[in-house]
Design a protein around this ligand. Structure first.
Ligand SMILES: Nc1nc2c(ncn2[C@@H]2O[C@H](COP(=O)(O)OP(=O)(O)OP(=O)(O)O)[C@@H](O)[C@H]2O)c(=O)[nH]1
Ligand SMILES: [Mg+2]
Length: 455
């Protein structure tokens, strides 16, 4: 386990994506950040400039000019890490940027680990853990809604919410403490039943509500598993390709073309879909195709959303109807394809189908809108959706709920009130862990290692 140090060394990392770009930013944080950059920068004495200012000049390796740069100086404590921070805007070639980085390492800076800037912000007490995790969510966001959620976390909404619940719990713990200290005041049993029990029940309900919302939020963040199903040759792979704007799946006029499961990520404006194209479902003697059909069925069971595709240019078959019956209770959209051909399918059975041709871009845009409306619950208001944002936080929340339930059972069984107090304390600790009262350094290392370099 790595020791947590507070922090004598100065770290450096390239904070922009690798590769060619207009600029790259090399960032330093730590007590010697300004001093180190000042040694290789010609233009101004950075030791004498004001905080939060930008300076034009050149980076030199001894006599050799490396790059023309802008240097931003931020003095502690009002900085990203709460330490002295310097950012060097270099020209955006990876060779020149690496030369500048190398020089800074020679001058005594240490190479930052992934996420180390944000980790320092956390360990220096500038942000809590929910905010640190939200930083990563902002970077990873792939849709408007995912970004909105991440920004709520960054603003501290999650922290506020959890702190509120911790406060409610503390009130309950306080009631018990008073009664342990002065048992003669009240009949202890009556007090727990009348006062504490309803409060714990209310708190459990509220935490469960947050948990429910968090599951929805996770979906917005991670994408919705969406399976395209239909008979062979109806145009499933063509639809996948049209939605992804990419020739990803093989398309032929031979029924049974797709055998494997083909996946692609589709970012719509408000939501991300994990699109899955499958083998057309039919009874087949072909061994390979049969494996494909079985996989399709397995995916279908896991699907959170189903795109059910029909070929409008041929009459509807019994197989179509059988397949429809298996999916009709899932959240789905019926799509009638091949509108550019003469229509022979009787589609009166289907409720509000969408008519498309996979070759018609305008129709595909229309379909995307319909998907968004159908996937996103109409009542779902992102602005109301404060949530805990990842598996770690969700686990802690579940732990807290479990401890509160144990407290309830204990009260039911008439267990001595001191023990109930222990369960409540444990719930309180679990909530605290969400915010980051984390003492385990290896957990922190793992958490921040998911960040990109330089963040
Ligand atoms: N006219 C017309 N043909 C289409 C349309 N969409 C797909 N096709 C054709 O239908 C045939 C089958 O398309 P695929 O996308 O391979 O169908 P599939 O459902 O993936 O078929 P399997 O993988 O065999 O299950 C190909 O010849 C496509 O070019 C459409 O909108 N109009
Ligand atoms: Mg196919």
């Amino acid at each position: 386990m790595k020791e947590i140090r507070l922090f004598e060394d100065t770290i450096v990392g390239i904070s922009t994506a690798m590769g060619k770009g207009a600029i790259s930013i090399v960032r330093l944080s730590g007590p010697d950040a300004i001093e180190i950059v000042n040694r290789i920068f010609k233009g101004k004495n950075l030791l004498k400039v004001k905080s939060h200012t930008v300076h034009y000049g050149h980076i030199y390796n001894k006599e050799e000019l490396l790059d023309e740069v802008l240097v931003s100086v931020f003095k502690a404590p009002k900085t990203y890490t709460a330490e002295d921070v310097v950012e060097i805007n270099c020209h955006g070639g990876s060779f020149v940027t690496n030369q500048v980085l190398k020089l800074l390492l020679e001058e005594g800076a240490c190479l930052a680990e992934p996420g180390e800037f944000t980790k320092r912000a956390f360990l220096n007490g500038r942000i809590d853990l929910t905010k640190a995790e939200s930083v990563m969510d902002v970077i990873d966001a792939e849709s408007k809604n995912a970004l909105k959620l991440a920004n709520k976390g960054l603003r501290g909404d999650i922290a506020k919410l959890i702190e509120g619940k911790q406060q409610d719990l503390l009130d309950i713990i306080a009631v018990i403490a008073v009664n342990i200290d002065y048992p003669e005041y009240d009949d202890v049993e009556e007090m727990t039943n009348n006062k504490v029990l309803p409060k714990i029940k209310k708190l459990i309900k509220e935490l469960e509500d947050i948990l429910g919302k968090s599951n929805t939020a996770e979906k917005i963040k991670n994408g919705i598993n969406t399976v395209i199903v239909g008979q062979p040759n109806v145009g499933k792979s063509s639809l996948l390709n049209a939605l992804l704007r990419e020739d990803k799946a093989i398309v032929t006029s031979i029924p049974g073309t797709t055998r494997d499961v083909i996946e692609g990520r589709l970012n719509l404006e408000n939501i991300t879909l994990n699109l899955i194209d499958t083998a057309g479902i039919r009874d087949t003697l072909d061994v390979v195709e049969k494996i494909g059909v079985d996989r399709s069925k397995a995916w279908l069971e896991k699907a959170e959303f189903v795109l059910f595709l029909i070929d409008g240019s041929v009459p509807i078959t019994e197989e179509d109807l059988n397949l429809y019956n298996t999916i009709k209770n899932q959240n789905h959209l019926v799509i009638i394809n091949k509108q550019d051909l003469e229509q022979k399918a009787d589609v009166s059975l289907f409720n509000e189908p969408i008519y498309i041709s996979t070759k018609d871009t305008e129709a595909i845009n229309r379909l995307e809108k319909a998907i968004m409306e159908k996937v996103l619950d109409n009542d779902l208001n992102i602005d109301d959706l404060t949530y805990v944002s990842n598996a770690r936080q969700i686990n802690k929340l579940k732990e807290a709920i479990a401890s509160l339930n144990q407290a309830l059972t204990a009260i039911d069984e008439g267990i001595y009130i001191d023990f109930i107090d222990i369960y409540l304390q444990s719930a309180w600790n679990s909530l605290g862990d969400i915010l980051g009262n984390v003492k385990d350094g290896s957990l922190l290392d793992e958490l921040f290692s998911k960040f990109c370099l330089g963040k």
